[in-house]
Design a protein around this ligand. Sequence first.
Ligand code: 0X9
Ligand code: ZN
Length: 424
Amino acid sequence: MIRLDGQEMKNCILLVFGLLALATAAKLNYTGHKVIRVIPETKEQLEFLRDWESSSEIDFWLLPSSARRFADIRVSPESYAHVAARLADMKMSHTVHIADVGELERQEQHNMAQRIAIFNGEKAIDVENYHTYEEVMAYLAELANTNPLVSTKVGGTSEEGRDIVQAIISSDLSANKPVHFFDCNIHAREWITAATCVWIIDQITTGYGSDPEITSLVDQYDWKFVPIANPDGYAYTWNTDRNWRKNRLVNNGSTCVGVDANRNFPIGFAGSGSSSDPCSGTYHGIAAFSEREASALRDLIAADRGRVKTAISMHSYSQMFLSPYGYTTDLPAEYPEMFRAMEIAVNALTSTYGTPYTYGNTAVTIYIASGDTTDHYYESEGVVHSYTIELRDSGTYGFQLPPDQIVPTATKTWNGLKAMINAI
Ligand code: 0X9
Ligand code: ZN
């Protein structure tokens, strides 16, 4: 045992306080930031919001979609008057939807700490809590070491050197079974998406051999998950800025950091619903696949070409099930089949807890979004059942969904997916 004398003890305490201060100082403080809700009524108002989003750093939590559907904007105390005035200029009123984003974040920290305190260690990971990139990777590595069904594959490495890891669950890899492919947390702040994928991985790996439905799903298919598709952005949300969306690429010639990896795919690249401004939250990057997150997903899904039965991109928030296309309002040839599958999924999903979900093709149901995963999986890889799911909630907590909503969110999503998979 190490004994410290009085002075050493004091130094130690000072060091701990110093580190704590540093940690708090390094983290962006959202105290007093609000999320305001705006409803564009006219085409002009909608265009104004869209242009604003793609030409500034202003942080849209929910992107402007169509006239009469709300958009959510996070505003700092300093910018609130200016934002409100610009909206008023455009004859748009707003409501304050979240009064203090900093308070939400403190509640989130508190809820997570409480869960840590009561976690009994029965499972390899507390699926009812959020986890850092390192914790999720350690969980996957342990699963791969201890469970014969599980292996991992590195799809690529991020700018900051983190592996983009895919967890593979298969009872017989050599059988080349049809694949269910998932990417999660490509948007850094959407923590519920990694948590949902981890929960599903846990369901499958613990249910195999005891739960007949899961056993048959693993006997029939290979299951592949990238739980954290944007590791640098995700780490940044834990360490520095809880509300970061993009990756952490240092953009040449700009002081703004990051590319939206979900605008960096080739179908409709640089089209509408994406921005050429590195400061925008939807910046598409210099070329399709310029980003390591996008090229990793490209390579991982291409490795299973011809075998991918469903490709699911997990996002939050707004409770929607979305099919291609995102880049155009034209409907894909297979739309009737997609619609049928989504209807089955959404019926099973909503009947679990009654949480309402809307569904349909992206460009009409939500907004035009060019260069995203779902269009790439469908158009370039030929995956008919390629969907984006926007998980809970509809804006009460936004990205800071309390940990006690992880299990209900994941459970109903999984019920929806199982129903769909059994029907396609
Ligand atoms: O805009 C996005 O990237 C997604 N929404 S989010 O609020 N999570 O950012 C929606 C993308 C939907 N695209 C397709 N289904 N093609
Ligand atoms: Zn997203």
